[in-house]
Design a protein around this ligand. Structure first.
Ligand SMILES: Cc1ncc(COP(=O)(O)O)c(C=O)c1O
Length: 416
């Protein structure tokens, strides 16, 4: 996370000292680095070299409009999983011809929105979905381009909740059923099969599962082509892991080099849809220490950010590095907890942490992906502000929610 660095003992994002942001925008706040987003995107893009390819950004990781606008301006496509993400992607300025739409539960309304925008591909996950797509496209005089999302039955070796490519996971179509389904699509008038898609999970730190699944899916691409289907796109999914703690993670180049011959042999345009790799290390959550507290044998640092702001530690027992914003080097063994009324509300547990005192600022690192995106109003807490830094400029790209936002849309009926 080079864009987050100490300068004269103060943690900066690019050219901006984090205390300046805390003073101006308050805490907790997510801070994103434009330059880190660009670097990660370009690293992925360049890894493919002269292979015909498109790097799509998985909007679910961080769907802030300014983040999306930046990525669209670099030339990225967008990977979406809902009508809401399609709306965001269009608002941010993505070219619909670079949008791919995955998800096991697309509703008719969402399919219609995708057809209306003439997106590049629907990644179809079931026979029922295909039937809906054909019916809706026919009724509205549209043509739908689809990729079959296959389930290659490969264990990505990641957290169970984010492993998506095993036979018993809900995603995709088994490889051996995909051939029959492709034949069936040929009978449809308004659906054209143009691609094959896979996505086996998130935060994958080993190359083997990528290699195994890409080889399996590439065999299917080859067989479909042999049977006369014009497979123009091969989407290898997202999932490349980042370093949160001491993980040894492959680089984009390691990944592409390991699968390049297989990809080349398909003759298809290669799509990938990374989220975490692009935005994960581009963001930090800054939080103020509210109290220090000792309870029995334990030391607690109570911060103003909690599980509603950053859920990953509570949900996955995920590790995020915690840095003091004013560098002083002293540490203490403590839990960093939030104000939410759950014992599971923690940002770091039983860890050597900066020995922060009331009023000190801490930065929870690698929080740019699945951070704000998973934030909630639990405990009627307002979701935090989001800030984008570019060089020595910074801007609030999402206001901290107001009290009125907490009850927005709620109505008290006349019979009360
Ligand atoms: C279909 C699909 N594509 C891409 C991604 C992005 O994954 P990551 O952020 O790990 O790259 C996900 C996330 O789970 C996904 O479900």
């Amino acid at each position: 996370m080079d864009e987050f660095h100490y300068q004269a003992g103060v943690l900066h994002c690019e050219g901006v000292p984090l205390p300046e942001i805390a003073r101006g925008a308050g805490t907790p706040a997510y801070v994103y680095s434009y330059s880190a987003l660009e670097r990660a995107y370009r690293e992925l893009d360049e890894a493919f070299g002269d292979l015909d390819h498109l790097v799509c950004y998985a909007v679910k990781a961080n769907g802030n409009l300014a983040v999306l606008r930046a990525l669209a301006s670099f030339g990225a496509g967008a990977d979406i999983v809902s009508g809401g993400e399609l709306y965001r992607a269009m608002r941010a300025g993505f070219d619909p011809k670079k949008v791919v739409f995955a998800g096991v539960g697309k509703t008719d309304e969402e399919i219609m929105a995708g057809l209306g925008e003439r997106i590049l591909l629907f990644n179809v996950e079931s026979v029922s979905e295909l039937e809906h797509l054909e019916r809706l496209a026919a009724r509205h005089g549209k043509q739908a381009r689809v990729s079959l999302r296959v389930n290659p039955d490969v264990d990505a070796g990641t957290h169970d909740h984010v492993s998506t490519g095993r036979a018993f996971d809900k995603f995709g179509i088994p490889v051996d059923e995909a051939l029959a389904l492709a034949e069936r699509i040929s009978e449809y008038r308004c659906v054209d099969i143009m691609g094959v898609h896979q996505h086996i999970g998130s935060q994958i730190t080993k190359l083997d599962p990528f290699v195994e699944s890409v080889e399996k899916t590439a065999d299917l691409v080859e067989e479909l082509k042999r049977r006369g289907h014009d497979i123009k796109y091969f989407n290898i999914g997202g999932g490349l892991g980042i370093r949160y703690n001491d993980e040894e993670t492959p680089t984009p180049k390691d990944l592409v080099d390991a699968i390049r011959p297989t990809l080349e042999a398909t003759g298809a345009k290669i799509l990938c849809e990374m989220g975490r790799y692009i935005s994960g290390n581009a963001g930090a959550l800054i939080t103020s220490v509210v109290y220090r507290k000792r309870s029995g044998e334990k030391d607690f640092i109570v911060a103003d950010a909690g599980m509603n702001d950053l859920l990953r530690p509570s949900l996955y027992d995920a590790h995020h590095e915690v840095r003091s914003v004013q560098e002083d080097g002293s540490v203490s063994n403590a839990d960093l907890v939030g104000p939410v009324c759950e014992s599971g509300d923690y940002l770091a547990r039983n860890r050597e942490l900066p020995d922060a005192h009331e009023g000190d600022l801490l930065a929870v690192m690698s929080a740019g992906a699945y951070g704000f995106a998973m934030a909630s109003n639990y405990n009627s807490r307002r979701r935090p502000a989001e800030i984008l830094v570019r060089g020595d400029r910074w801007a609030v790209v999402r206001e901290r929610e107001h009290m009125a936002d907490l009850v927005k849309g709620e109505l008290v009926p006349a019979f009360l």
